[in-house]
Design a protein around this ligand. Structure first.
Ligand code: FES
Length: 182
């Protein structure tokens, strides 16, 4: 092979390597999930839940690996994943704020709390702020009705919220997150 052809072949190999996520095996944590469900096409929702548990969302690459390893067409995986609204396809923010919309919290003004957060963060439900800091979501009754209205920030519940208090909470969480950076 001439020098030019060899250079071109090398470039091509590099392009293929970089452009094809499946040229590498799945990372070990994902491989462990897929191995547990190999040959079990009926467990697809469980597989998707566990992938989302690993990464916080369903990345295209992870779904491509799932398709190849489990022998399930990618279109079918997307069909199932998009059917359930529990699945996300974009990375979550570093801080996930969930406003409870259960009955007790609704009576306790959770709609006003949600509106205050939307206005403060400049995003809608299921969206993430452009800086990747906050994702805003709603949930239905988190079991803390006596403290309604409740807001969950990451995994911590904050009760007796008001629109003013939830803004203070968001500001404190942001300051803490920014202060914690190296
Ligand atoms: S309704 Fe919100 S915690 Fe029960």
């Amino acid at each position: 092979m001439g020098a030019v052809a060899a250079r071109q072949a090398g470039r091509l190999r590099k392009m293929v390597y970089l452009g094809d996520p499946l040229s590498e095996p799945p990372p070990p944590d994902l491989a462990a999930v897929l191995d547990r469900h190999r040959g079990r096409h009926d467990a697809l929702v469980t597989v998707l839940q566990q992938i989302q548990g690993l990464y916080g969302y369903l990345s295209e690459r992870a779904l491509q690996h799932a398709s190849r390893e489990l022998g399930i067409p990618l279109a079918r995986i997307y069909g199932v994943a998009t059917f359930y609204n529990q699945f996300r396809f974009t990375p979550p923010g570093r801080i996930q704020i969930r406003v409870c919309r259960g009955t007790a919290c609704h009576v306790g003004a959770s709609p006003a709390i949600l509106d205050a957060l939307k206005a403060h963060l400049q995003i809608e439900e299921e969206e993430t702020t452009p800086d990747g800091m906050f994702t805003l979501q709603t949930v239905f009754c988190v079991g803390g009705c006596s403290l309604a209205p409740v807001v969950i920030a990451n995994e911590t519940a904050h009760g007796r919220m008001t629109p003013e208090r939830v803004i203070s909470l968001a500001q404190a969480l942001r300051a803490s997150e920014e202060g914690g950076r190296p």
